[in-house]
Ligand binder design. Sequence first.
Ligand code: SF4
Length: 893
Amino acid sequence: MVVLTGPPGSGKTHVIFQEVCQILAAGRSDFRFLVPSATMAEHIRNRLAREGHVFRPGLIQTFSKFIEELTPGRRQASGGAFQAIVDQALESVSPAGYTPVADLDGFRRVLANLIEELSLGGCDSATIRTAPGGEEIAGVYRDVENRLARRGLTTRAGRLTATLSGVESNGLPGLSAVYFDGFSSFSNLEIRLLEALAKTVNLTITLPDSPGSATTLERLLSLGFQLRTLTRRRPEAAVVVVAAPDITSEAEEVARRILAHHAEGVHFREMGVVLRSEKPYVPLLEATFERFGIPARFYFSRPLSGHPVVQFLTGGIDAALGGWEHEALLPVLRFGAAADPSLDRFEFKVRRNLPARGIVPLREMTRSGGIQHLLENLERLDSWRGAVLTPPEWERRIADLTGLVPLEAPRDGVSHNLAALWRSRTVVLRQFQSAVSDAACTFDPEQPVTLDAFWRVLKGVVRLSSLRVPDHRRDVVHVMDAIEARQWELRNAFVCGLLEKQFPRYHSENPLLSDESRELLNRSGFRFRTTADRQREEQFLFDVAVSRATAETVLSYPLRDPSGEDNLPSFLLSKYQAKVLSRDVRPQSGPPRSRPYSASTSISDSLLQEQLRGRHAVLRPTAVETFLQCPFRFFVRHTLKLDSAPAAPEKRLDALLKGIVVHTVMQRWHSSDGGMEIPSLVNAVVDEICSSEKVPDNFRREMARIEIVSALMKFTDMAEAPEGWKTSAEKAFELRLQGDVVVSGRIDRLDVAPDGRAIVFDYKYSGGKRLKRIMAGHESHRNVQVCLYLLAASRILGHEPAGMFYWSLKGDCRVDGWHVSLPDYKKIGTAITSGELMEMLEGSEAATLEAASEIRAGRITPTPDPEICRYCEFRDVCRARSVSKALAAGDAE
Ligand code: SF4
């Protein structure tokens, strides 16, 4: 029995690997190569396969799998099931000291982890009772032990104990050698098992030369293990430190360097990224690598609860228990009827009708067979709500639900992510069923329970279950955490996120079992890690990460956090400060695009152009303005008529709906010749529109009502037309410009003097700032609305153009525009000559004619402008690459 030790990069794994190669070359299979994780086992198997060995995969396995195989017939409580049992015990024992925090998920998790740690360390409930603060832990721990026994469940500690007694009595038939690699320490129970194994097989264990392994090493040496110390064999790689402006630039810098190495002939598989933990880098690197076209495999498990299949299944039961609230049901319907072509229309209908509940109203909203079928199946869950069944019956029923999951037939030519999603479905269904079974096993199988009670436990189990999607691609960049990296040798390694509190992480003292209690227990022969032990391990993990590469290691960190504050670089970097080559990343060269951006900005097909002519034979002034501001926005809004999803009820009273309220009030007020009281008119219109739009009656609605009344009261103070002038509102017109270009609309307000001079007003539910922008838009002919109104008043109604104004009906209620030096308007707007006014009208007419011609010619060029793009509802579908730049420029201003 040998223990191999040495610093990271000293080749401990290599020594074992060579021995295993010799055994396999001799045609033997009487050994086990045990590692801490399934991905490490897979990595070793792949390395052996690359050496040309053929072997049974089970020869290289995790320690957990090894003891599981040696203890058949024992069911180990999964993480979720164990947590459920700890929760039950906590509720039943209810220790007084835990009362204030007993309902907190975080506290329950810490308690479950501590009980697991104690049991693995060989410390039972009777022993922990004697430690300071141990009384209350012991009460719950004891109850957990009893509950596990009653349910026929065991823990990892129970399995280890059973394995130990099996090995002590029968040895390990058929095995002559066992290798342990990748572990940095062993618990008391594990060391007892190692001692037993050493008596029956050749045992070789690797341990890093680190403070965290010192106690384990001491124990193994005291048991008679021979010590073999290795020195570093891997050549020192060059080290570069990159300080990127922010985390996004840091990820892009890594991606660019990977592509540069790949272009020089380095395989993707020879490169890897090492992280201290999954967050915040994994989602960012996934998106960045996807954008740069870099194939990558992420050695991180995902939460099972985040998979769409599981969200569909859990969402269905949640919706049933919540009485079929439509908003909660929508994601379930989206997934379950994803292939149905009428789904979008149905969803919009449902959203418009929110809030609502019940399956029957939903069925009345669609005739689609697919959606009806799904709703029928979901309706079956109605009978579950009041049912009280035994846990095995719930297990059967819920497991049957997996039949509702639509399985899409795979096809070629899809992205890796989509293929992975398809591949994962079978794994997910299997794991969901196993979670249901885990939940069932925490109950008394004879005791009937409600769906609600069963569901609470099952959701907890699902929340704690993780998912690994099989990914067998060979030439990929490996992204892993520092613990996983221990067995890897890479040509180029990138270690990201070297910031204080990220790498190294800071560990706080366990709130339930203090360091003092741990040290006390350790003096009695136990081995529980203290905060200081965990902190020391951070240096070791950093040494592991830095020693993975043979050619180059890039250490990186972002200079600023997302809010622009300076970050504090990791103190682990101090020895490399001289290697900071540049504080800036290299200039942007842009990611290669798998689908090049199409520069096509017009529709050239003659048939389509004919359709455009038909569709836009008559134009509205607002549509003309949309085109003048951005042809692509016009195309999406007015040609394709794409609609965004209806807003949720609490968000419906937006600027658009308030604008409708204000315009309706104005229309009625004008028809009463200003005789109606504004407050009562606003109240009536707000109630009428809000109830037809199902806007909830809450403080927002009241705020909107108060705002509108206040603005319109200011308006009425200044609304009266000059002496002798006649006011009319909502004047419809259809104005033929040159050729067949027709503009139709409604003039919000038209004031006519006894001598035939006319001024027009357009009411806007917008503030003074926007009014200014609209005025400026008239000078560049991107806004034409009031000009077209005045042209209509002149050409159709025969009035002499005298002025045009915009009236802001919000806040201070301002009015601004142009007029031909009318004395009554000298305090508002800009006085201009008749000639200048006519020039403005002609300029707007020319701009409208040009817009009409370009619309019919199929021009759809996006023209980004920060002010327009910021509020554009089509930003998500806009192909203009410069939109984000335009927005950033707007922000900078
Ligand atoms: S985001 Fe900007 S460029 Fe794109 S369609 Fe909207 S307004 Fe036009």
